[in-house]
Design a protein around this ligand. Structure first.
Ligand SMILES: *Cc1c(COP(=O)(O)O)cnc(C)c1O
Length: 386
């Protein structure tokens, strides 16, 4: 066993020399805000996603918020989503005055239980916002079938799913609207950033207005040599446009992400094999009954004994291993209880998983001997805790 001295974090971005050189070029170019590189990045994203439209933002959160605005989510509407997600998924619904309607998860896949979505639909349901948890695609055929029949929109929170595939099709190349995150913890990064992939020209136009003060001409048009210095404001908007510094990073990461994902999947398979004989202690995200490719964003395990979780995470921390319990189910947070009347017990499957889940270090630069050390320490912990 090779010795591991340094701290092994949950995640670490992999930044190539080409990326660093590209950022230096932007810094020297004199154009740092939204400009030619952002346009180039959006073209590259469209290209990666079957020539659909793309709109970059400062974050996936901003992209999700703008997407819900673009499809017309308003006060009084309901939007269906999973309680086992990062809080921004439901926050953007609440920010628009709509109600997040949670549907419990499937204990085995940790994804929203698509068979229970229909019963959560009502006359005021506007959209479904599924999350491809950890990078495992949700059952999109089922979700789109309900959406089509009930005339609902679907905004996929695909923050974990760059490079995931559902039944042979890349997430983002089909369906309604997908939102990807380029936060440094995700599979590809632009420093901070995100993008929306969609088909509608009109909705893409609203996204463009939303991310830049509601101004109906791009900043590039305004300040480039041939642009006009006059502009009109057609609606109030935010300031969530991507910078060319971010786009420079994103452009290179996009070229690299499929290879990086392969390395992630290789490491995830090594974890899976190593934990087969710990099946009395923990479970792993199980395969749904359709064909898919996992992006390898996270490697979550679910401890059978919830009372061991804090000890488990402290033990690993003492041994220089970073972990995190993604996520606390959203209906347990104060705001969601006070504002929407949710309470403990409402979503037992999400609570079961939420009390037991731990994500382990997974990133392309994680060396096999380092991963072996993580595996070894986990086995040691369970031997001690018998
Ligand atoms: C990270 C994350 C987001 C938000 O991404 P940002 O780019 O940080 O705004 C949204 N949804 C999920 C499930 C996430 O994990």
């Amino acid at each position: 066993m090779q010795k591991v001295e340094k701290f092994l974090p949950l995640s670490r971005p992999m930044i190539s020399k080409e990326t660093i050189d590209e950022v230096i070029k932007v810094l020297e170019s004199g154009w740092l805000a939204t400009g030619p590189l952002t346009q180039k990045f959006e073209k590259a994203l469209s290209n990666y996603y079957a020539d659909r439209k793309s709109a970059c933002f400062t974050s996936a959160t901003a992209g999700l918020h703008a997407s819900l605005m673009a499809i017309g989510v308003e006060p009084g509407d309901e939007v269906i989503t999973t309680p086992l997600t990062f809080v921004c998924t439901a926050n953007v619904i609440a920010m628009l005055g709509a109600r997040p309607v949670f549907v419990d998860i499937n204990r085995d896949t940790f994804n929203i239980d698509a068979d229970r979505i229909e019963e959560a639909c009502s006359d005021i349901t506007k959209a479904i916002m599924p999350v491809h948890y950890a990078g495992l695609p949700v059952d999109l055929d089922k979700i789109y079938e309900i959406a089509k029949r009930r005339n609902l929109r679907v905004v996929e929170d695909a923050a974990h799913a760059v490079g995931s595939y559902y039944k042979g099709k890349k997430i983002g190349t089909f369906g309604d609207i997908q939102v990807f995150s380029f936060h440094p913890i995700k599979n590809m990064t632009s420093g901070e950033g995100g993008c929306v992939i969609l088909d509608s020209e009109q909705e893409a136009h609203i996204l463009g207005l939303q991310r830049f003060h509601g101004i109906d001409r791009s900043i590039w048009d305004r300040f480039s040599k041939n642009g006009s210095c006059y502009y009109d404001v057609v609606m109030p908007g935010f300031k969530s446009n991507m910078s060319d510094i971010q786009a420079a990073i994103g452009l290179h990461q996009l070229l690299e992400v499929d290879n990086l994902n392969k390395q992630r999947r290789h490491l995830a398979n090594r974890y899976r094999e190593a934990f087969l004989d710990l099946s009395d202690k923990l479970t792993m995200q199980s395969n749904p009954n359709y064909e898919f490719i996992h992006s390898g964003h996270l490697f979550p395990i679910c401890l059978r004994d919830a009372s061991l979780r804090d000890k488990f995470m402290s033990f690993l921390k003492e041994h220089n291993i970073g972990t995190t319990p993604y996520y606390t189910p959203l209906h347990l947070f104060t705001y969601y209880q006070k504002e929407f009347g949710y309470k403990k017990g409402d979503f037992p499957e999400a609570e079961y998983v939420g009390e037991r889940i731990v994500c382990l270090p997974l990133y392309p630069a994680l060396q096999e001997y380092e991963q072996d050390y993580v595996i070894d320490m986990i086995k040691k912990f369970f031997k001690k805790s018998i």
